[in-house]
Design a protein around this ligand. Structure first.
Ligand code: SF4
Length: 400
């Protein structure tokens, strides 16, 4: 395959793994499961000349079926599960006076924190990213529900970034030699796979998800693909958990701009008071906020970090154009917001498949079983290097 050598060790370049996926698809012994990220459905059409922000979810599902995948799942479902776990974790940390909590769904950010600011690691949520949550339950809950042999399952993940390829080989996410996710394809690789298999994307009839266990999603899960989305999604659920009723103003417009750092305050209730939240994307804003936290000058409870400016809608594995950046990313995120507005449920806890997962399998959020399957840990991997911080950042977030 093609390898873009941009780092001295060569380890972090984009590896083309379409061959591996084809091997799985043609192996009758293997049950192939595929998932695709929230941002993929609003960026992928551009690979085939469709206008930026076109929602091609239905065509992606159709393409996955045409390729021969046995089970088509949605990473958005796992994003909802992440909110249940991370929201519960945040609440228990707030009650213990631990603050702030950083989000943990962006592996570019995790790599950077481990390599450059290991002192910050105790503040990271231990909840795995949606990609890994999906993989972990696709190899445990799904076989149980569907009567499949878990050992035969291989999970392929279609993602907007190459940092996701590093994530799947983290030793914490491989158990007795079995990874939670077997292969990550970037947007570009998925397009290449379709072309290699002779699938004409534009002529595909849109299809629907049909898996009854792991494909439904709420509006909250859908907006994970853009900056501020994780924060908004989490607040909707946290508010419900502490008050027993829904947050009325579900859209947090203060978090929806394109500035590097944005902040908002949301009143929870008299016991917990107001939560101060912030989100940062891109290198400079991330450094600023991390250094302020370490210096004790930042007053936040919950901080979302996305390595890519704009979030995954403009990730390093998608079509990117500096000139059109705002325009394209803006259109993609607007479509995500529209998916949220039109969703049957707008809160993760109202996703019926998430409710079933907890009722039938996990017990409750942050239960022992949930901890074992859906949480992880981080390690100090401080880099002994002469690189500048921005060089490290570029490598770890892979804006190829
Ligand atoms: Fe990947 Fe960028 Fe999204 Fe982080 S923000 S998960 S590096 S695409």
């Amino acid at each position: 395959g093609q390898c873009v050598l941009v780092c001295p060790t060569g380890a972090l370049g984009e590896r083309d793994e379409t061959d591996k996926v084809i091997d799985y698809l043609y192996d009758p012994e293997i049950i192939t499961v595929v998932e695709f990220a929230p941002a993929i459905r609003v960026g992928f059409g551009e690979e085939f000349g469709l206008p930026p922000g076109t929602n091609v979810q239905g065509q992606i599902i159709a393409a996955c079926r045409r390729l021969g995948f046995d089970v088509v799942l949605d990473t958005n479902f796992a994003a909802d599960v992440v909110i249940m776990e991370e929201g519960t974790e945040l609440l228990s940390r707030l009650k213990r006076g631990v603050r702030p909590t950083f989000t943990s769904c962006c592996p570019g950010w995790i790599n950077f924190a481990e390599r450059h600011y290991p002192e910050i690691l105790p503040y990271l949520s231990t909840t795995k990213s949606p990609q890994q949550v999906l993989g972990a339950i696709a190899k445990s809950y799904l076989p149980e529900r569907m009567g499949l042999d878990g050992k035969r399952i291989r999970v392929v993940s279609i993602m907007p970034c190459t940092a996701k390829k590093d994530e799947i080989v983290r030793p914490q996410l491989v158990h007795d030699g079995v990874p939670e996710i077997d292969v990550v394809l970037t947007t570009r690789e998925f397009a290449r796979l379709l072309k290699r298999e002779g699938i004409d994307f534009r002529s595909l009839e849109p299809s629907e998800f049909d898996n009854p266990f792991m494909s439904a999603f709420s509006g909250a899960g859908a907006i994970f693909g853009t900056t501020g989305g994780v924060m908004e999604a989490a607040l909707r659920t946290i508010y419900y958990v502490v008050n027993g009723r829904e947050l009325e103003q579900v859209e947090l417009s203060q978090l929806r701009g394109f500035e590097g750092v944005r902040a908002a305050t949301v009143d929870l209730n008299s016991e917990i008071g107001a939560v101060k939240v912030a989100m940062a994307h891109g290198l400079k804003p991330t450094r600023q906020i991390v250094e302020a936290v370490l210096a004790g000058t930042a007053d936040f409870d919950f901080i979302e970090i996305m390595a890519c400016p704009g979030g995954c809608v403009d990730g390093g594995g998608t079509l990117r154009s500096k000139k059109h950046y705002l325009n394209h990313a803006q259109k993609r995120r607007e479509t995500l917001f529209a998916i949220d507005r039109n969703a049957k449920a707008r809160q993760s806890h109202n996703n019926p498949q998430v409710q079933a997962l907890y009722r039938d399998f996990l017990g409750s959020p942050n239960s022992e079983k949930a901890h074992k399957l859906l949480h992880t840990r981080y390690t100090d991997r401080r880099m002994e290097t002469t690189w500048t911080v921005s060089e490290i950042w570029r490598e770890l977030t892979m804006s190829t």
